[in-house]
Design a protein around this ligand. Structure first.
Ligand SMILES: Nc1ncnc2c1ncn2[C@@H]1O[C@H](COP(=O)(O)OP(=O)(O)OP(=O)(O)O)[C@@H](O)[C@H]1O
Ligand SMILES: [Mg+2]
Ligand SMILES: [Zn+2]
Length: 418
């Protein structure tokens, strides 16, 4: 992509009301814009990142045996009355009536809809287990939308649901999801903690939360330095590790994923049953598994930035390489930039060429801000020696290479990283 033709509206300063580092950088790097409180637009660069995260999630979900579907955003309130969650989530739901007077809501989550679907199409033990997932926009009228897309009223979630004959089946699927989640967050380039949630919040079942340590995290977890034990903070008193008795330490975190052994909570309320081998009717055992897909963008930035801007992990970055011709009026400089561009694109790399007019200073600042891992800087001075610079965004390192070995050097650097 040529920057002069791209829609990347970078900003020198972040708006005053942006508190979190990730929020400021997302705005400044021209990745998102707020339309109204809690409601965000994803600009081309932001959408590229969102798409890359979704690709990782799809790959790992598909590999785990889950099947993708797409449920509807619009849901009849009637369905929610069956589980009583129309009351429980009354404040959170965005409700409306259509012209026929039907009471509807924009889905804040999808347990009811998916359980109803499975209930209508599964009747025998032979059809179980089944694991379904979707990546979709959720709507929640949050009391306090905050930190940009970390807590928004409209956001993208991956939600998966497992349906099993018995507890043993659920535990197996749960384990598979647990492993897939670890792979997903690792591939996203973030460090995370997994809390062993106190059982009892939702009927004594097992659940785990995936938490990303970050300054702007709203959730506080307690962790043990000695043995890796982690739990969410429920009461504010000094607590010791239940395993090794070391005093627990506090950390601010962002919740990016939550997996839950639901049991029969929804299947019972909605009558999702199956006939077992003996022809006896049993209730389906469920699990649910969520990832905050759009929130992940912010969590990644919280852990991957410096004072100059974002530092994208290679597998998340909107581009692999940024080409920066320093003098936009020097034919040799510009010609070489275009040559590298087409050669790298031909090799399958995602390349952004900063062909804008304007000072080198502005281009360097924007380059650091949008955080592409590799930068090729082509300048008159180096060219006189037949050299070009390759800059590593994360290491803040510059490698000087012969102008004829730029493409092979880059190909090597990218291969090494991935
Ligand atoms: N308002 C929101 N904006 C962006 N992402 C969200 C929001 N609410 C939840 N998520 C993401 O969706 C995932 C699954 O949703 P879930 O219903 O488990 O969240 P939650 O428990 O309500 O999260 P939180 O405690 O942060 O409100 C969460 O782990 C989180 O990453
Ligand atoms: Mg919530
Ligand atoms: Zn311990």
């Amino acid at each position: 992509m040529f920057w002069s033709k791209a829609f990347i509206p970078t900003l020198k300063e972040a708006p005053q009301d942006a508190e979190a580092a990730s929020h400021k950088l997302l705005l400044r790097a021209g990745m998102i814009r707020m339309l109204t409180s809690g409601v965000y637009i994803y600009l081309p660069l932001g959408l590229m990142v969102l798409n890359r995260i979704e690709t990782i999630i799809r790959e790992e979900m598909d590999a785990s045996g889950a099947q993708e579907l797409l449920l509807s955003c619009i849901q009849p309130l009637e369905l929610w009355k069956k589980t009583g969650r129309d009351q429980q989530l009354a404040e959170t739901m965005i409700r409306f009536q259509d012209r026929r007077g039907r009471n509807l809501c924009l889905g804040p989550t999808h347990e009811e809809v998916i359980t109803e679907l499975v209930k209508n199409h599964v009747s025998s033990y032979r059809q179980l287990p089944v694991v379904l997932y979707q990546i979709q926009t959720k709507f929640r009228d949050e009391i306090r939308p905050r930190f940009g897309i970390i807590r928004a009223c409209e956001f993208v979630m991956k939600d998966a649901y497992s349906f099993d004959r018995d507890q043993k089946g659920l535990e197996k699927n749960y384990e598979v999801m647990f492993t897939a989640y670890k792979k997903i967050f690792t591939r996203c380039g973030i460090k995370f903690l997994i809390t062993e949630a106190d059982s009892g919040i939702m009927g004594g079942s097992v659940s785990h939360e995936f938490m990303v340590p970050a300054q702007s995290g709203e959730d506080i977890v307690l962790f043990c330095k000695k043995c890796d034990f982690v739990k969410t903070l429920t009461e504010d008193k000094e607590q010791k590790c239940p395993r090794c008795n070391t005093p627990l330490e506090k950390k601010q975190t962002i919740e990016v994923g939550h997996i839950f052994q639901l049991g029969t909570k929804y299947s019972k309320a909605l009558g999702a049953c199956f006939l077992d081998e003996k022809g006896e009717q049993q209730t389906i055992i469920m699990g649910c598994y969520g990832i905050g897909v759009s929130r992940l963008i912010s969590a990644i930035i919280e852990q991957n930035h410096d004072e100059d801007g974002i530092i994208w992990p290679e597998d998340i970055s909107p581009f692999d390489v940024l080409i920066l011709p320093v003098q936009s009026s020097n034919e040799e400089v510009v010609g070489l930039a275009k040559k590298y561009y087409s050669e790298l694109e031909k090799k399958g790399f995602r390349v952004l060429l900063d062909d804008r007019e304007g000072t080198a200073g502005v281009k360097f600042k924007d380059a650091d801000l949008i955080g592409i891992p590799l930068r090729v800087t082509i300048g008159e001075k180096n060219l006189q020696k037949g050299e070009v610079e390759i800059g590593l965004r994360r290491e803040k390192k510059i490698i000087t290479v012969d102008k004829n070995s730029v493409v092979s050097k880059i190909a090597g650097l990218i291969k090494k990283g991935s």
